[in-house]
Design a binder for this molecule. Structure first.
Ligand SMILES: NC(=O)c1ccc[n+]([C@@H]2O[C@H](COP(=O)([O-])OP(=O)(O)OC[C@H]3O[C@@H](n4cnc5c(N)ncnc54)[C@H](OP(=O)(O)O)[C@@H]3O)[C@@H](O)[C@H]2O)c1
Length: 320
C-alpha cells in the first residue's frame, strides 16, 4: 500500500514510519531539510510542504493517509492552533479526496473531549468538546469532527480516528522532555501528590492501532486505544522519568491552587500576547489534577486491537 503520512518528523509519525516502512511505501510531508533527513533515515520518501500548502498532487497514487501532524505546542495563539489543527486538516482531507485516497486515518486524542472535568471510565459515546477553553482541545475536537464528517464510503473515501491518551515510550519528544525540563530547573511539583488516575498509550500500542486502522474498523468511527488498566500519575511518571535519569522529588501543590493560578495568569499572558507561556498553562493545570480513565472495548471488538506491550513491560524495557 502507498501511504501519505504527516507528522513523520515527530514522535508518533516517526514511530509509525519505522513500523510501516518495511511493508508499505511511505511518502511523508516534510517542512525542512532536517526533517527530510529524519524521514529518509526512517524509510520514507519526503515531499516538501506543510499543512498550510498541501495539495492533491503531493498525494498522487496514495491509497491511504495517516495524519499525525498537529500544533501540539504547550503555548501559542489560538489562530496558530486553529490554522494547523482545523484548517490544515480540512485542506488535507480535500487533497486526499481529490487524489483518490481510499482511507484517511486521523490521530485524535482524548484531550479533544476535555474542558477541565474528570473523565472516568469514558468511551466513544462521551462527547467531543469543540467549545473547550483550551485551544489544543477545542481545535483537536473540531479537527476530528471534520474528519468524521468527510467520511464518504459511497464515493470510496473512508475516514477513521484513533484516539490515544498520554503517549509514551522510546522516542518521546513531548511529555518526557517537558517534565524533564521542569524537574531539572526545580519547577516540577506534583498536583495533589500525583493521585489522579490516568490511562496511557505506549507508542508501540498506538502504532499497532494505526496499522490496524489502515484496513480494519468501521468508517466514520473513532476508537480509543490504551495500554490497559489506568494507573496513578505518580506511579507511572516516577519510573518513566527515572528511566531517563530524572528524579521528580516530593514537592506537591493542591489541585485547586494550581488551577486558580493558571486560570488567573493565562488570560493575562494571552492579553499581552506573551511569547512565553505562564508558569503553568490552564490546560496542564486542569489535566494534571483530573482523572482520565478510558475504556477501549470498542477498539478491541471492532479493530481487533490488543495491546502489544503493558505499562510494566514498557517501563522495564526503558529501565533496562
Ligand atoms: N504525544 C502525546 O502524548 C499525544 C497524545 C494524544 C494524541 N497525540 C496526537 O498525536 C499526534 C502527533 O503528536 P506527537 O506527539 O508526535 O507530536 P510531535 O512530536 O510534536 O510532532 C508533531 C509533528 O507535526 C508536524 N507539524 C506541526 N505543524 C505542522 C504543519 N503546519 N504542517 C506540517 N506538519 C506540521 C511537526 O513537523 P516539524 O518537525 O516540521 O515541526 C511534527 O512532525 C498529534 O496529532 C497529537 O494531537 C499525541
Amino acid at each position: 500500500m502507498k501511504i501519505f503520512l504527516t507528522g513523520g518528523s515527530g514522535f508518533v509519525g516517526g514511530a509509525a514510519i519505522k513500523s510501516l516502512a518495511p511493508r508499505h511505501s511511505i511518502v511523508a510531508l516534510s517542512r525542512s531539510e532536517k526533517s527530510d533527513a529524519v524521514l529518509k533515515a526512517l524509510g520514507a520518501a519526503p515531499v516538501r510542504g506543510d499543512l498550510e500548502t498541501v495539495t492533491s498532487e503531493m498525494l498522487a497514487g496514495a491509497d491511504a493517509v495517516l495524519h499525525s501532524a498537529a500544533f501540539v505546542e504547550e503555548w501559542g495563539p489560538w489562530p496558530a492552533f486553529e490554522a494547523v489543527n482545523v484548517t490544515g486538516t480540512e485542506r488535507l482531507l480535500a487533497a486526499a479526496k481529490k487524489a483518490g485516497v481510499k482511507r484517511f486515518v486521523h490521530v485524535g486524542t482524548e484531550a479533544a473531549l476535555f474542558y477541565g472535568q474528570h473523565m472516568r471510565d469514558i468511551d466513544e459515546t462521551y462527547p467531543l468538546a469543540p467549545q473547550s477553553p483550551f485551544p489544543y482541545s477545542a481545535t483537536k475536537a473540531r479537527a476530528e469532527m471534520r474528519v468524521r464528517a468527510a467520511n464518504d464510503p459511497a464515493n470510496g473515501f473512508e475516514t477513521i480516528v484513533i484516539r490515544p491518551r498520554l503517549v509514551w515510550g522510546e522516542g518521546d519528544m513531548t511529555l518526557l522532555p517537558a517534565i524533564a525540563a521542569m524537574a531539572n530547573s526545580g519547577k516540577f511539583a506534583w498536583v495533589n501528590q500525583g493521585r489522579a488516575m490516568t490511562s496511557s498509550t505506549h507508542i508501540d500500542n498506538l502504532v499497532h492501532a494505526l496499522d490496524l486502522a489502515l484496513t480494519e474498523g468501521r468508517p466514520g468511527e473513532a476508537y480509543f486505544v490504551v495500554d490497559g488498566p489506568a494507573v496513578k500519575f505518580r506511579d507511572f511518571l516516577t519510573p518513566y522519568m527515572k528511566a531517563a535519569g530524572v528524579e521528580l522529588g516530593e514537592k506537591s501543590l493542591p489541585g485547586w491552587l494550581v488551577r486558580l493560578v493558571a486560570d488567573a495568569a493565562e488570560p493575562l499572558f494571552r492579553l499581552t500576547k506573551s511569547a512565553s507561556p505562564p508558569p503553568v498553562t490552564r490546560f496542564a493545570a486542569h489535566m494534571m489534577s483530573r482523572d482520565c480513565t478510558i475504556n477501549d472495548a470498542k477498539a478491541h471488538a471492532e479493530l481487533g486491537f490488543r495491546p502489544v506491550i503493558t505499562v510494566a513491560e514498557g517501563l522495564a524495557r526503558l529501565a533496562g
